[in-house]
Design a protein around this ligand. Structure first.
Ligand code: GLP
Length: 241
């Protein structure tokens, strides 16, 4: 595990974006795994800037998002589909057919999870997977649990996650209580994984991820077993390392 500590949010956003820009420049048909949340917003802004400067094109790039809430349609401004469109896809030249996000409105959610895994397999899995982290150590929506779930699956969200994510909703009752998320093996299919975290409230989760025991109660700790992981944090999130 490589750990990079940058001064602040802006520096984390810049260096994280640079990795995407470099990959897309070198491999114009790369497959990217992408996260949502407030942490990657600055990274996406920098990626869009590079696209607008003419540095890169997403014409042949394929993306797979980590997760999606169950029960929010694409037009709901809290759906991850909406988030991705707003922060990245509507600003770049990506082919809409190459965008993949789990469909949390599917009639048969189990089947949707299988379909997602098959699609990923068909494109040869991800070149790079970006992750944020929850304050409880979750990655995607892999919540603290008794065991690690390997593949894309349905999860019931923890109270602490619902509470943390309620800041984006009008009221806490509006936050969906379940979601679809890539599993650990799905995430591990990426050749390279980059986790970004900023702010003091992530310091404990980051310390446990990097130096703690590998424990399904801290889902991100399993990243210690992947062969190419870089954790990029600001000084606050890295303060307990
Ligand atoms: C959500 C997402 C995660 C994300 C986490 C942290 O629960 N499912 O993928 O990493 O929030 O979000 P933030 O960056 O807003 O702290």
């Amino acid at each position: 595990m490589k750990v990079i500590v940058k001064k602040n949010y802006d520096e984390v956003s810049e260096i994280a974006a640079q990795e995407i820009v470099d990959l897309v420049k070198n491999k114009n048909n790369a497959v990217l795994g992408l996260p949502t949340g407030s942490t990657p917003v600055g990274m996406y802004k920098n990626v869009v800037k590079s696209y607008k400067n003419g540095e890169i094109s997403f014409k042949n790039i394929t993306t797979f998002n980590l997760d999606e809430y169950i029960g929010l349609n694409k037009d709901n401004d809290q759906s991850y589909y909406y988030f991705m469109n707003n922060n990245l896809f509507s600003h770049i030249d990506i082919n809409r057919d190459n965008i993949n996000i789990p469909n949390g409105m599917a009639d048969d959610l189990e089947n949707e999870c299988k379909r997602y895994e098959e699609k990923l397999k068909a494109v040869g899995y991800m070149d790079i997977m970006y992750l944020g982290i929850g304050i409880n150590g979750h990655i995607g929506f892999n919540e603290p649990a008794e065991y690690f779930e390997p593949f894309t699956h349905e999860v019931k969200l923890e109270e602490s996650t619902i509470e943390a994510n309620s800041r984006f909703f009008e009221k806490v009752e509006d936050v969906p209580t379940s979601a679809l998320t890539m599993g650990i093996k799905t995430i591990f299919s990426a050749k390279k994984i980059i986790l970004i975290a900023t702010g003091e409230n992530k310091a404990d989760a980051i310390a446990k991820t990097v130096n703690g025991k590998i424990d399904p109660q801290v889902p991100a700790s399993i990243l210690q077993l992947h062969r190419d992981v870089t954790i990029i944090v600001d000084e606050a999130a890295g303060s307990r390392l």
